[in-house]
Design a protein around this ligand. Structure first.
Ligand code: GCV
Length: 647
């Protein structure tokens, strides 16, 4: 039986300027046989046959940057390094597929973030933690898989400027602990080489307890000399076999993973030990700040999970060695549809920082519901932390502009799997594309990115492009409206995290509560409550502390308020809950209807796949609407002013 080949996402080159015959390729100052240059040329030939290409070395262009320019003679790409050449070629291709003729191509750019990374939560048995697009294409039956699909993946990543990929889940267990042993070096070296050809460094997640689990020792205390010696030997062995490895990502002392706390050591002790060992090889340690108490008592109103990252990491600011980067989730909780920005971002002023976002739609609809996440990432990047008089946005901090450091950037938990369309929902590829483009250029708008993605993927006429673009741009707010209100989050089915369960997490150990009773709802995080507000710089602390100045979409994150509390809209809190849930469900139907209107312009298979997802989304939206509204009606006893059906 013939198997259908996977889609080519935004590199489908549907309308290649296909003049028959070959065109001239001129390369000056680079080795045209070097893998990165050769791959750039191959890509150009595939996308734009018949057009000449010149690749020129220009020292004046910043690292990884490029100048791509079209003329009657074809396209010229200038750069100072091979990655710049690769990115410049992809930029020229993008411009042509976004409507420019070859002669009109003109773009000069260099990346705003030094590190632009994808984090896979792929397990070696082929499953993917929080994966909604099939199984892993890196791992199967505890083996590493490398094939045409791997190369296509690398092309997609290079085309959006990704320069680092962590291939395995941060929860490192079982066979994954052995990725740093001889059992896997052969395949890893092949993979690393393939990635290098696309300007991508290979990274791996590391098991902090490796000295115990694979070394047979009885401790992994980071200050124990025997443990340090074990790591020195191990890392030497790793770099002998994988000289281009970028380094390691570590989830320690979190959700049951081992870490330095077991030995009374700090997070800095753990990170610095590994960083010192890896330093001679030029490697880096990316240490996650997702550390919190996941065995909390729901009766305890003082312990606040939102505080945990700052409480554990801020005190050690300045203590982390220079090849350590702290990776910080965008919000203080865990990738909810609406959270404030983590106060650690910019709260740290002497430490390298990476912003972590989640493209995988764990809490945002499992790639069933449409949820274009670029507006969310933009809000985070544009947030003024007040850590500096001028360069104080999260984008400033993680790019290195605030501190003048060179290690930092953005990482995303990726949403791919081995589904034919890579992302389950074809429209979820907009998030994948968008993350890379935004990490490269944080100034791009959510709309610009959406339009690029649509043009490259579907190449629609203007009217239909507008419809799809508007769908993407509306979708996050729609999702927010029919799920949890005003920043409270977590009213989701525990474990799976799809669909409503208002009290699903209310009496659990995870530190995720809404505290609703018959009078009101919300978590008091002011000084009178958990004090979380004060982790921000004064301006923000003040703003969040008062429900009148707190941005309303976050008001229940910061305050416990009565259902009769009047919002700026002139609506009571309870009426807002009812209205937004009715509106959200209705607007979800609007999204589905818009999709139906595109039937004639979207390829049949993709159209059908997305339509099926919308059917499920509408069921989901209805369920959320009715469960949330009924719950609050029953708690509060306050009727909907508009007399709509509540159960
Ligand atoms: C990889 C959340 C997810 C977990 C995930 C964790 C993390 O808690 O539900 O599946 O584990 O975040 O980011 O480490």
């Amino acid at each position: 039986m013939e198997t259908q080949k996977w889609t080519q996402l935004w590199l489908n080159y549907k309308d290649a300027e296909t003049k028959p015959g070959t065109a001239d390729i001129v390369v000056e100052g680079f080795d045209e046989n070097a893998p990165v240059v050769a791959n750039a040329i191959a890509e150009f030939k595939r996308a734009a046959r018949g057009i000449s290409l010149s690749l020129l070395h220009k020292d004046t262009i910043p690292g990884e940057g490029y100048r791509a320019l079209g003329s009657e003679d074809g396209i010229t790409v200038e750069a100072s390094d091979e990655r710049g050449i690769l990115y410049g070629v992809f930029a020229a291709i993008r411009q042509m597929y976004c409507g420019k003729r070859a002669v009109e191509v003109a773009e000069e750019a260099s990346p705003k973030n030094p590190l632009r990374m994808m984090n896979h939560w792929d397990n070696m048995d082929g499953s993917i933690e929080r994966g909604y697009s099939g199984e892993s294409f890196f791992f199967e039956n505890e083996e590493i898989v490398i094939g045409d699909r791997t190369r296509d993946y690398a092309r997609f990543m290079a085309s959006i400027g990704i320069n680092g990929v962590v291939i395995n889940n941060v929860n490192v267990k079982g066979a994954a602990s052995y990725l740093i042993t001889d059992r896997y070096f052969g395949r890893l070296s092949e993979l690393s080489e393939l990635f290098e050809g696309y300007g991508i460094k290979l990274y791996m997640s590391l098991n902090f307890a490796s000295p115990i689990e694979i070394g047979g020792m009885d401790t992994c205390d980071p200050l124990d000399q025997k443990v340090i010696a074990w790591w020195e030997d191990k890392i030497k062995e790793v770099y002998d076999r994988l000289p281009n490895l970028g380094g390691f990502l570590v989830k320690a002392d979190s959700e049951g993973r081992p870490g330095p706390f077991t030995y009374g050591r700090t997070q800095a002790d753990g990170a610095n030990m590994l960083a010192d060992v890896i330093k001679p090889y030029g490697g880096i340690i990316i240490w996650r700040c997702f550390v919190y108490n996941c065995t909390q008592d729901w009766r305890d109103y003082k312990t606040d999970r939102a505080r945990a990252g700052y409480d554990y990491f801020k005190g050690l600011d300045g203590a982390y060695h220079d090849n350590v980067i702290l990776q910080i989730k965008n919000g203080p909780m865990d990738f909810q549809i609406r959270e404030p920005v983590s106060p650690l971002l910019g709260g740290l002023t002497k430490t390298n920082q990476i912003l972590e976002v989640q493209i995988a739609q764990e809490y945002t609809g499992h790639q069933i519901d449409l949820c274009y996440l670029i507006p969310l990432y933009k809000e985070v990047l544009d947030f003024h932390t007040h850590c500096d008089p001028e360069k104080d946005t999260v984008a400033d901090v993680v790019s290195g502009r605030t501190m003048g450091n060179t290690l930092g950037g953005m990482a995303a938990v990726i949403n791919t799997g081995n589904d034919l369309n890579w992302t389950g929902n074809d429209l979820a590829a907009a998030n994948l594309y968008g993350f890379g483009r935004l990490a490269f250029d944080t100034d791009l708008s959510a709309e610009e990115i959406a339009r690029e993605w649509i043009a490259m993927t579907f190449g629609l006429p203007k009217k239909e492009e507008d419809i799809l673009c508007s769908m993407l741009l509306r979708s996050r707010e729609v999702y927010e409206k029919y799920t949890s209100p005003l920043g409270i989050g977590w009213m989701v089915n525990p474990m799976g995290h799809y669909g409503p369960s208002v009290d699903g997490y209310e009496y659990s150990r995870w530190g995720t509560y809404h505290r609703a009773d018959h009078l009101g709802i919300g978590v008091d995080r002011t000084e009178k409550g958990t004090g979380y507000c004060n982790q921000y710089y004064e301006e923000n602390a003040k703003m969040y502390s008062d429900p009148k100045t707190c941005p309303e979409e976050l008001v229940l994150f910061f305050h416990h308020l009565p259902y009769t509390y009047m919002l700026k809209s002139g609506k009571s809190l309870i009426q807002h809950i009812y209205d937004s849930h009715f509106e959200g469900e209705e607007q979800a139907r609007g999204l589905a209807a818009d999709w139906d209107s595109l039937k004639d312009v979207i390829p049949e298979a993709a159209f059908g796949r997305v339509k099926e997802r919308f059917d499920l989304q509408l069921d989901n939206a209805r369920e959320w609407r009715d469960q949330v509204n009924s719950y609050f009606f029953r708690k509060s006893g306050i009727a909907d002013e508009k007399g709509r059906t509540i159960y």
